[in-house]
Ligand binder design. Structure first.
Ligand SMILES: C[S@@+](CC[C@H](N)C(=O)[O-])C[C@H]1O[C@@H](n2cnc3c(N)ncnc32)[C@H](O)[C@@H]1O
Length: 857
């Protein structure tokens, strides 16, 4: 039956490619049909197959040619075995035998052996029938299958360590590993934390007696006295039975007790850490076990789960509290196949288990992955959570909201505790989207969005499933910021009283502003991936040494990115950022790869520089440009070797002038390109007739010329006046995809690291994933002192209303005397006049004219 069912599913997998992908009903019918067929007919189907095989062997043996072939094959096998054995040492042979025996036992127990022992409905019998004969080889055979256990433990350890470092633990924590099996996880935790010293007590709860025996032997061998193995049904386990100090009357087991229930028994013994690795899917009734976990977890406790799952996006796409959806959706064939397959081992992959877990707790971090098991990719998730109502989530609600909207309430942040108790703000005050969403969730008894459960409140909640965010896919455009932060500093002269709003981009300028310690920085970007990059940088300053930070963002490579991410950075990242970097980071920072700066849309610009250098034979000159010691030397290389190639008109007309390249690689949208074209036309006094401009060839040439002129006016002064090797890290990065210790952004200096790694360095940072207009609209009037809009207004349509709307919104949010700093590709941006009519005074502080003038580096 088991074989027949498995073959049925394999056959259905075979059928899929031949069927129309859109017609799910037809596909489902054809794929399930062989399964049903084999399941019902297998007692009759197998014997004819066997008979056919036996007949074929008989035919072969009767035929003389067949006899000779068979004898030859046998001889070859004997000779090969003889030689292999004579060259193999006894020890190796023994190991080989042991390994094959292990594989055989695993395969027999997991895939072939019929399960018994559940006739009585007793789960322990059922478990024993599965585990008894394989308890001794359990650990050796689960490393690949039960992937993600180390990562889950690492993430839990990082959270608990952070709690310990920040004084959130008042005593040594208690850890309960539910369905802990052989105790492998607890020993493994030793890689991250000194288990014996760190925990007051560790409980392994498991219902399988044979696995518990292995666990007991393990902790005896290790000599870990604070670990206790409890052979019991997890649904009935209560800590109060084992931890002294609580009298029986008060230690009431409270199945189903809501995490929102404020009146829970005050001195019940609660766990500080709970883990379940691949056990939730194995416990038949999951509601009681999840309920009892919710009652067992302390108000500040951390829970970690890793398990198999399958799920369709239909289930989760309208939820805002699941914390990260990358790769969560599984294809229908994967859903059907893995559920059916695992059911045979009494492992249930129905989505409701994970859903209920997410409903009963708050989600701190969540990620989805696929393991690689003999060529198959089995979906699993890692989830780190906490009680729905943590000590900090609700009490912080008002304070965090106030910081996002710059409410007057913020001026009394020091009195936060007092004010959040009263929770009253005047009716005209603006609320953040995060706050509004939290209220909706609370009224529906749902957990808060995961942003509320984070260790830091830097990243403001946003709905990642909105199309306006999903349009960017999983790519940021800018891996580095292109606007010169030194020019900003010179113009803005930031003080401690400033409240700045700026576009995130790659976050480099946000870090430069943070060095000046303003009161608050609101970093805004519509592309969530740009904000993930900023978060990674902020987390690096918070948790890493200078040398690791330098490797990540100076060199763009790190030999152990995943380890850093799990062990050090994870408590400082939002779930979306962690999920993103778990998926993208190892490749982006791969020490053998091209590095961070060859990621994102801006990699196309770096590729172009490399390609031009190679095709036109100036690679060596570009390299020399990065190492010259004097401006004179640089000018010579530029004017004699590089300029004629890089500023070739052909290149501008064919590549740089192309709309696609400008947008994809340089983030230049059509409206901005048109501004460059308009400047070109007006300076050359060559306004073309509308009919000529509208033909595609005419447009291409015009655009190419305009872009060429723009490049000349930009690059010539840079090459002549700024020393790339020492003082222009913007161009240095484009040429060699990394910074040097001599030339890098201000935030990568050792002194900057000292400042930015101070415990409260980013307390004033709020990262918004939204349109600028949306953020301005929710900002309390008259609170911003500086708004840095980069070139975002170039993107608006001059005929549209957005520019005027945005200008009005900025004006409303700014304090009297507040400043807006903007950059434009245009010489006289059309919207400056609108600023002036709407209450601003405009001043151009730099321009690329007259030719030869440098706007900035
Ligand atoms: C796949 S194993 C995972 C073991 C271990 N956590 C690991 O990662 O290696 C699932 C475990 O859940 C345990 N289990 C299943 N139902 C249980 C229950 N009702 N109470 C306690 N343990 C249970 C099984 O005995 C088994 O050890």
């Amino acid at each position: 039956m088991r074989w027949a069912a498995q073959w049925g599913v394999f056959m259905s997998l075979e059928l899929i490619p031949h069927l129309h992908p859109g017609n799910n009903t037809v596909v489902a019918f054809f794929s399930l049909y062989p399964l049903l067929f084999c399941c019902t007919l297998h007692p009759f189907a197998l014997p004819p197959l066997l008979a056919m095989a036996l007949e074929a062997i008989q035919q072969t043996l009767l035929n003389p040619f067949g006899q000779i072939s068979l004898a030859t094959v046998l001889l070859v096998i004997i000779v090969l075995t003889y030689f292999t054995l004579s060259f193999t040492e006894l020890e190796t042979a023994r190991k080989l035998f042991k390994a094959s025996n292990t594989v055989y036992t695993f395969a027999w127990n997991c895939f072939l052996k019929p399960h018994t022992g559940d006739g009585s409905g007793n789960q322990q019998d059922a478990l024993e029938s599965f585990y008894k004969s394989q308890a001794s080889i359990y650990d050796a055979t689960r490393s690949k299958l039960l992937d993600g256990r180390e990562n889950m433990l690492g993430l839990v350890a990082a959270q608990v360590k952070h709690q310990a470092q920040t004084g959130q633990l008042s005593r040594k924590p208690i850890w309960v590993d539910v369905g802990g099996g052989t105790g492998w996880n607890i020993e493994q935790m030793g890689q991250y934390l000194p288990v014996q010293d760190f925990f007051h007590a560790v409980y392994l709860v498991d219902l399988s007696t044979s696995l518990c025996e292995v666990a007991k032997a393990r902790f005896e061998r290790l000599g870990w006295k604070n670990v206790r193995v409890v052979c019991q049904d997890a649904r009935k386990f209560r800590l109060s039975d084992y931890e002294a100090g609580v009298d029986d009357e008060k230690a009431i087991f409270s199945i189903g007790q809501s995490a929102y229930d404020e009146h829970e028994s005050g001195d019940k013994v609660l766990a500080d850490v709970l883990t379940m690795s691949y056990s939730l899917s194995m416990i038949p009734e999951f509601h009681p076990v999840v309920d009892s976990m919710a009652s067992l977890l302390g108000p500040n406790g951390i829970m970690g789960v890793v398990d198999f799952y399958v799920q369709s996006q239909v289930d989760f796409q309208s939820r805002n509290y699941t914390g990260g959806v990358i790769d969560r959706h599984c294809m229908w064939i994967s859903r059907v196949f893995w559920r059916t397959w695992f059911e045979m081992d009494r492992v249930s992959l129905e989505p409701a288990r994970r859903d209920y877990l997410e409903y009963k707790f708050g989600t701190i971090l969540s990620t989805n992955a696929r393991n690689h098991f003999f060529g198959f990719r089995i979906p699993y998730y890692i989830w780190i959570g906490c009680a729905k109502q943590t000590r900090s989530s609700l009490s912080n609600l008002h304070a965090v909201d106030a910081a996002v909207t710059e409410s007057p309430f913020i001026s009394a942040l020091d009195l936060q505790a007092k004010q959040s108790q009263s929770g009253r703000r005047s009716s005209f005050e603006l609320r953040s989207k995060a706050y509004d969403t939290a209220l909706v969730n609370l009224s529906a008894s749902l957990p808060l969005p995961s942003a509320w459960y984070q260790q830091h409140h830097w990243r403001v909640y946003y709905d990642e499933q909105l199309q306006k965010h999903k349009q960017f896919g999983d790519e940021y455009i800018y891996a580095f910021t292109w606007e010169d932060s030194r020019a900003d500093a010179r113009i803005l002269k930031i003080t401690n009283d400033d409240v700045i709003l700026a576009i995130t981009s790659a976050g480099d300028n946000i870090l430069s502003y943070a060095l000046e310690k303003p009161k608050r920085i609101h970093a805004v970007d519509l592309n969530p991936n740009q904000n993930h990059l900023l978060e990674l940088k902020v987390a690096a300053f918070t948790a890493l040494s200078y040398s690791d930070t330098w490797k990540l963002f100076g060199e763009g490579k790190h030999e152990d990115f995943r380890k850093l991410l799990i062990n050090d950075l994870s408590p400082h990242l939002s779930t979306q950022a962690l999920d993103y970097w778990l998926h993208k980071g190892p490749a982006a920072f791969d020490a053998k790869g091209k590095g961070l700066y060859y990621t994102g849309g801006s990699r196309h610009a770096l590729n172009l520089v490399k390609w031009v250098g190679w095709v036109l034979g100036v690679s060596a000159d570009l390299k020399r440009l990065c190492n010259t010691g004097t401006l004179a030397e640089q000018r010579e290389i530029w004017s004699k070797r590089v300029r004629r190639v890089v500023l070739s008109q052909l290149l501008a007309y064919t590549v740089i002038g192309s709309e696609r390249f400008l947008w994809k690689a340089l983030g230049v949208p059509r409206a901005q390109r048109e501004m460059i074209e308009a400047d070109h036309a007006s300076t050359n006094d060559k306004v073309e007739s509308a009919s000529t401009a509208s033909t595609s060839t005419g447009r291409g040439i015009k655009s190419g010329q305009a872009i060429w002129e723009y490049c000349v006016n930009t690059l010539d002064p840079v090459a002549n006046d700024t020393l790339v090797s020492e003082d222009n890290h913007y161009y240095l990065l484009c040429l060699q995809a990394r910074y040097t210790q001599r030339c890098h952004p201000a935030y990568l200096a050792p002194k900057a690291h000292i400042k930015l790694s101070q415990p409260n360095a980013f307390d004033g940072l709020r990262i918004h994933t939204d349109e600028l207009a949306e953020v301005f609209a929710r900002m309390t009037p008259g609170t911003l002192t500086i708004a840095v809009l980069m070139d975002s207004m170039d993107w608006f349509d001059p005929e549209g209303k957005e520019a005027a709307q945005q200008i009005r919104a900025v004006n409303r949010a700014l304090k009297v005397g507040g400043r807006v700093l903007l950059r434009s590709a245009g010489l006289k941006p059309w919207y400056v006049r609108q600023f002036e009519t709407l209450g601003f005074v405009g001043k151009r502080v730099a321009a690329r004219i007259p030719p030869g003038t440098c706007i900035d580096r």
